[in-house]
Design a binder for this molecule. Structure first.
Ligand SMILES: [Zn+2]
Length: 263
């Protein structure tokens, strides 16, 4: 059977193994520096999702992606399409509730755009409360921090937005769409800060301030894409697919539990 949800007929959905994990990639359409296209988060998120489907064809179904996200703070850059977080939560939970209605019991909201992270966390929690099925959210880079740090060439601060990580993977997938010669280094990491760290594999920091993107980056980049190369990108993507596949297997093994109403 195909792993592409949109290629199924309604009869195939009716007869499908409902323990398959349904993967919904949620991304964004936004500036990625002068060197990468607006669709970067969708291309990368779907490369991970489809890679998982290839690795585990009997265990998943891949939904058509939601290519828009929460990113109004990017709107000073032409091309950005932003969705209010309340709208995005409602939209995503309408999708998850539809899947629950058809009998699916395990969903992964696979995030590929940083600022969607808290939004999808809430959407997954709302899905659990409203349907009782298992709904997990994860930003794929958080599944693989150690492996990013094993192969990266950039310093901490080099992997945030349109930096080494995303540029290298897009170069691996579609080199003709990445103009790395136009890229600039915008490493905004402050090594003296104990609590602020926007590097995707930098261990967080504990505190979050999301400023207007145009206040902090002159060309939309945050990180160091200048050191990106396709071979490192291949390694990043391979690790992302392996770790996400491992997560899928954990989700499939999770027991369905019963609530106890103690009133
Ligand atoms: Zn991105």
């Amino acid at each position: 059977m195909t792993t592409t949800y949109g290629h199924l007929t309604w009869e195939e959905v009716r007869d499908a193994d409902k323990e398959r994990v349904v993967i919904l990639n949620v991304s964004a359409t936004e500036d990625h520096g002068p060197h990468m296209p607006l669709d970067t988060d969708t291309v990368l998120g779907m490369a991970v999702a489809n890679g998982v489907a290839q690795a585990a064809p009997d265990e998943v179904l891949v939904m058509p992606p939601v290519p828009y996200g929460f990113n109004e703070h990017h709107k000073d850059f032409p091309g950005v399409i932003w969705i209010q977080p309340e709208t995005l939560i409602a939209f995503v939970t309408d999708i998850t509730k539809s899947l629950a209605h058809h009998g699916f019991r395990r969903i992964l909201l696979l995030n590929s755009h940083g600022s969607n992270h808290p939004v999808l966390d809430l959407a997954a929690r709302k899905t659990v409360i409203e349907t009782g099925i298992i709904c997990v959210s994860a930003s794929y880079w958080n599944l693989m921090s150690e492996r990013i740090n094993e192969v990266r060439k950039s310093e901490i601060g080099g992997i945030a937005h349109a930096g080494e990580f995303e540029a290298a993977m897009y170069m691996h997938l579609h080199p003709e769409r990445v103009h790395i010669e136009k890229s600039t280094t915008q490493n905004l990491h402050n090594p003296d800060s104990k609590f602020f760290n926007l590097d995707l594999a930098g261990g967080g920091g504990g505190a979050m301030l999301m400023r207007w993107w145009s206040e902090v980056s002159p060309d939309g980049t945050m990180g160091d894409p200048t050191v990106a190369d396709p071979e490192t990108g291949r390694k990043f993507l391979h690790a992302a697919i392996e770790e996400t596949t491992a997560l899928i297997r954990e989700i499939r093994a999770l027991p369905i539990l019963q609530r106890r109403d103690h009133h």
